[in-house]
Design a protein around this ligand. Structure first.
Ligand code: HEM
Length: 502
């Protein structure tokens, strides 16, 4: 306490506003706050509850939940300190949650280990190269498989109309596409109908991991007393599957190197795909397994949840669908999207950015302070003074609430209006630290260009294939569904009308 007081005095820190927790027991344990969070989660209102709290208590406030002191903020300056200028004072705080699944990999590590992992993965996810490989690779093939599944799984009504829930199909599409990009092998969960196959077991285990991690996240500081053997069993299924592919690629590389050494030619697998590239750098196959699963985790659910939420909304917005069709016909004139034409689909991008703003698949960013530090704002009665952050504090930012701030996005901040992005670009008022679907700073999402390109591609292809999209039941408003990421709780149940052949 003495050290904290001295640190606060030195840096002019004042106390942050506290969420009301009357009584000594509540202000030190925070059980009622935890109960109210659990109730909100049951009603699928975690995100809107957080948004309401910020509207009531201001942009930065503190509290205690299950004995853990936390600070939460949607102040752009604080978010910048957390993710960038003071990032070394914070750990990612994810190893306890994800450790049994992805070990010490890029997503879970910090400091030198994280820097090395990021350097290893980065060359394969940078802009031009990624988009080129994406288009040269199998995305169109996977999209074709998706179209076949729409017709097989959907209810055909005649007249080119089909009713289907697109959300699980987008999950499979993103899985297949990310697996191909990562492992360099064609894997099609969209076409695999055998529920007993190794692939189906892998997909099932991958999907169940989200529920386990979510449960672990809810336990907060109690997690250290918890062991989940079911979770460990599913992790083993995932590890065994990836280990098999990695070992095969490693042995192939060794064979080729030997052959190359004998006849003087270079290895033909060199620099092809993510896995081949990592094998150039390390032969630690366990490390490779964790990096592959980490990127798969980071890339699949986020992109699939984005697509699901997007199509939930588009079914309710024929005006936006009409504009997408108009743009895709004008720019592509019936051809498949190409590297250069993707960039011209600007309205497509605005629509996706608006979905990322209102329904961010990663709606909470959090870090744990590894030493006593500060956030620049939120302290004192006017909230303008720095705030002390004692070592061990969990600091979080609800990007869901941040990206709905009315003082930044206007009075219609809660409405889906893609045109706002065109206006913000024209007026050069595009927010930076207040639009963080991919986070920002040195730990910014490594796959953001890949994710944007793949989403624009799929959206454009859907607009080429379907004349109309309407809701097929479900609520009028989007509801949250928490797994590791957040998607549409009502799925994307739609009635699609095929375009007539010209
Ligand atoms: C719509 C899709 C996506 C969204 C919304 C998204 C969002 C994010 C966010 C918010 C983070 C930061 C998490 C944190 O710091 O706590 C992140 C990190 C990351 N993302 Fe994405 N992501 C998406 C797609 C992808 C894809 C497709 C890939 C790869 C193929 C990918 C790879 C990564 C990696 C490797 C990191 C860790 C970076 C690091 O810790 O240095 N992401 N992503």
């Amino acid at each position: 306490r003495h050290l904290h007081r001295r640190f606060a005095l030195q840096h002019g820190c004042l106390p942050a506003r506290r969420v009301p927790q009357p009584g000594l027991l509540e202000s030190t344990i925070g059980y009622r706050l935890f109960r109210s969070d659990v109730r909100a989660a049951r009603k699928r209102q975690t995100l809107s509850t957080a948004q309401r709290r910020f509207r009531t208590h201001g942009h930065t406030f503190a509290g205690v939940c299950l004995g853990q002191y936390f600070i939460t903020t949607i102040d752009g300056d604080n978010v910048k300190a957390l993710l960038s200028t003071r990032m070394d004072d914070f750990d990612s705080g994810k190893i306890a949650l994800f450790g049994p699944f992805i070990g010490q990999s890029m997503l879970t590590s910090d400091g030198a280990v994280w820097r090395h992992a990021r350097g290893l993965v980065r060359p394969h996810l940078v802009r031009e190269r990624v988009v080129g490989e994406l288009l040269a690779g199998g995305l169109e093939g996977h999209f074709g498989a998706l179209m076949r599944r729409v017709l097989e799984d959907g209810k055909i009504l005649g007249g080119g109309v089909v009713e289907v829930d697109l959300k699980p199909l987008f999950g499979m599409l993103m899985f297949d596409n990310t697996m191909e990009m990562l492992l360099g092998v064609k894997i099609s969960s969209l076409e695999d109908r055998d529920s007993g196959s190794r692939l189906a077991k892998f997909v099932h285990a991958f999907e169940s991991v989200g529920g386990f991690v979510n449960k672990r996240a809810k336990l907060g500081p109690l997690l250290r007393f918890y062991q989940d053997t079911k979770f460990e069993r599913q992790c083993k299924v995932l590890h065994d599957f990836v280990d098999g592919v990695v070992r095969e690629a490693y042995e192939k590389k060794q064979r080729e190197e030997k052959k190359g050494g004998e006849d003087g030619s270079s290895s033909s697998s060199r620099n092809r795909g993510f896995l081949a590239s990592i094998l150039e750098d390390t032969s630690d196959l366990v490390k490779i397994r964790f990096e592959v699963l980490g990127v798969l985790l980071a890339g699949r659910d986020t992109a699939a949840d984005l697509m699901g939420s997007l199509f939930f909304v588009l079914a309710r917005r024929p005006d936006v669908w009409g504009k997408l069709k108009e743009e895709v016909d004008r720019v592509l004139a019936g051809a498949n999207p190409r590297h250069d034409s993707l960039k011209e689909l600007t309205y497509h991008r605005y629509v996706i950015e608006e979905a990322l703003r209102l329904y961010p698949p990663a709606p909470v960013l959090f870090r744990a302070a590894n030493k006593t530090t500060l956030l620049p704002r939120g302290g004192g009665p006017d909230g303008r003074s720095p705030v002390l952050v004692p070592r061990g504090t969990v600091v979080s930012c609800s990007t869901f609430a941040l990206q709905r701030r009315r003082d930044i996005y206007g009075d219609d901040a809660d409405e889906f209006r893609p045109e706002r992005w065109e206006a913000m670009e024209r007026l050069r008022t595009r927010p930076h630290w207040e639009f963080l679907p991919f986070s920002a700073g040195p730990r910014v999402c490594m796959g953001q260009n890949y994710a944007m390109a793949e989403t624009v591609y799929v959206l454009a292809r859907m607009a080429q294939e379907f004349d109309a999209i309407e809701p097929n039941g479900g609520p009028a408003e989007w509801v949250e569904d928490w797994n590791i990421t957040v998607g549409s709780g009502a799925g994307a149940k739609v009635r699609l009308t095929r375009r007539k052949e010209e």
